[in-house]
Design a protein around this ligand. Structure first.
Ligand SMILES: [Fe+2]
Length: 293
C-alpha cells in the first residue's frame, strides 16, 4: 500500500472502507467517503474552519432531544428531507403527492367526530376542510382516517404554545363510509422555522427566507392503501414560492375560500363571523395485492 499523501489519501481510505460485509453499508460508506473527500478538496478548509464545522454539528446534536430535533431542521433547510421524500415517492399517477412530516407531529391526537371543532379554544378565523378520500380510479375509500396538525391563528403549534393543558390544534377524523370528511378548525398562518438554534444561527448569515407559508399537515391512512403524509398550503400566501423547507408542491396549493359573515358553513351552521372553506379530495394509491400462495 502506498504511503499517504494528499493525492493518494482518498483512494487509500476508499479501499479500506470497502471492507464491510453488509453490501448496503459498504455502498453508503464508500459513497460518503468519496463525496466527503471531494467536498473537502473543493472547499480546502483551514483547520479552524473544520473545527467550526465540528462544533456546529456538536451543538446541533446537543440541542436535539425528544421534543426538538435540530438535525431534522438542518436536513429540512438543506432540501435533503424533501429529496429523500421525493426519492421514496416517485409516483406520477394522480395520487396526492407526499411531503415531509416535519418536527411538529404528535402521535395519538384526540379522535374527533365528523365536523367536530379541533380548535374550539384556539385563536383564529374559523376554517372548514371538506372533501373525500378516494382511490386512483375515483373509488370511495372506506375506513380512512385523517390525522391533522397545524398552527393556531397566531402561528403556534402545540409544542410552542405555553400554558396549555391538553392537546392543541390536532385531531384524528374518521372519514364517512363514502370517504367524505368534514373538519372544523381555524385557519393556520405562515410561521418562521425555529431560529433560536444552530440552524437559525446559520440562516441569519444568509439572505434566505426562514418562513413557511400557511399550511395544514395531514396524515391520511386507509386499509389496503398506502399511507399519505402531506400538507395543504394556502394559495396566495406571501411565502408560497419561498418555503424554507422546500415542502410546497403545486397540487397541494389550495384555495382557502373566504366566506362573509352570515354565510352558511358546510356544517349547515349559520356563521356570525367570516370563515374559510378548504375543499380537497385526497387520492390514495392502493397497495399491490399480495401474490396468491
Ligand atoms: Fe408545519
Amino acid at each position: 500500500m502506498p504511503y499517504v499523501t494528499e493525492d493518494t489519501l482518498t483512494d487509500i481510505a476508499l479501499e479500506r472502507w470497502k471492507d464491510i460485509p453488509d453490501p448496503r453499508l459498504k455502498e453508503v460508506m464508500t459513497s460518503l467517503v468519496k463525496h466527503l473527500h471531494a467536498f473537502v478538496r473543493d472547499i480546502e478548509p483551514t483547520q479552524a474552519e473544520w473545527a467550526t464545522a465540528i462544533d456546529f454539528l456538536t451543538r446541533t446534536g446537543k440541542m436535539s432531544d425528544d421534543k426538538r430535533q435540530e438535525f431534522i431542521l438542518f436536513s429540512d433547510v438543506l432540501g435533503v428531507s424533501m429529496l429523500v421524500d421525493a426519492i421514496n415517492h416517485r409516483q406520477s399517477n394522480g395520487a396526492t403527492p407526499s411531503t415531509v412530516e416535519g418536527p411538529f407531529h404528535i402521535p395519538d391526537a384526540p379522535v374527533m367526530g365528523n365536523g367536530a371543532n379541533m380548535a374550539a379554544n384556539a385563536p383564529g378565523i374559523a376554517c372548514f376542510c371538506i372533501g373525500k378520500v378516494q382511490g386512483l380510479a375515483g373509488e370511495s375509500v372506506t375506513g380512512a382516517t385523517l390525522d391533522l396538525w397545524q398552527t393556531d391563528g397566531e402561528g403556534f403549534y402545540e409544542a410552542q404554545r405555553p400554558g396549555i393543558d391538553g392537546p392543541w390544534m390536532r385531531g384524528i377524523y374518521r372519514a364517512q363510509p363514502d370517504g367524505s370528511y368534514l373538519i372544523r378548525t381555524v385557519a393556520p398562518i405562515a410561521y418562521t422555522i425555529p431560529m433560536d438554534g444552530t440552524v437559525g444561527e446559520l440562516m441569519n448569515r444568509t439572505n434566505m427566507s426562514h418562513m413557511r407559508p400557511a399550511h395544514i399537515h395531514f396524515a391520511v391512512n386507509a386499509p389496503g392503501y398506502h399511507g399519505l403524509v402531506t400538507h395543504l398550503f394556502q394559495a396566495g400566501d406571501e411565502w408560497i414560492n419561498d418555503d424554507a423547507v422546500y415542502g410546497v408542491k403545486e397540487p397541494l396549493i389550495v384555495d382557502f375560500k373566504k366566506m362573509p359573515a352570515g354565510s352558511k358553513a358546510p356544517s349547515g351552521e349559520l356563521m356570525n363571523e367570516p370563515f374559510y372553506v378548504v375543499s380537497y379530495d385526497f387520492v390514495l394509491e392502493r397497495k399491490a395485492q399480495a401474490a396468491a400462495a
